[in-house]
Design a protein around this ligand. Structure first.
Ligand code: ZN
Length: 152
């Protein structure tokens, strides 16, 4: 049985990091380092990295770290046709396993050493997944892994 509390706690820190980034109080590079530290932080307990970065899963590209507008493509590396060990490597290459179209093609083409691989995998995802699985929500979630955020 894994611990969910540490993921909830780390995700609340990720929320603060993104607020500071959006307010221009920290750099994008600093935000990426802090978010990655939160993701790794769950391993001080039997936590889930996915819960720690839930806040940025729906709308942030894990490479360029841009907020992707609602309805634009934001592909999930686990939806590719690759093996689980390969998708695990791709997940570790990103902050959250999600990639905008431009970053997806860069990462997948390099990973496969094939300049058509990104396009091929995007088509595969769009054929096999529901739209909501590869489109950005455009917004941060209004909950912490289904729990209400405390009042600020
Ligand atoms: Zn990107």
């Amino acid at each position: 049985m894994s611990c969910h509390d540490i993921g909830l706690g780390m995700n609340s820190v990720v929320r603060t990091v993104m607020t500071l980034l959006d307010e221009g109080r920290i750099t994008k590079d600093a935000a990426k380092v802090l978010v990655n530290s939160c993701r790794n932080g769950v391993n001080w307990c039997d936590g889930n990295e996915g819960e720690a970065i839930d806040y940025i899963t729906g709308c942030i590209c894990g490479r360029c770290f841009n907020k992707i507008p609602k309805g634009e493509k934001l592909y999930y590396v686990y939806d590719t046709s690759f093996s689980l060990s390969d998708t695990d490597k791709l997940f570790d290459y990103t902050l959250n396993g999600r990639l905008c179209k431009e970053c997806f093609d860069l990462v997948i083409n390099e990973f496969c050493n094939d300049e058509k691989a990104g396009e091929r995998e995007r088509n595969y995802i769009e054929e096999h997944q529901k739209e909501e699985d590869y489109l950005s929500t455009g917004e941060y979630p209004d909950h912490n892994n289904k729990y209400r955020w405390p009042r600020d």
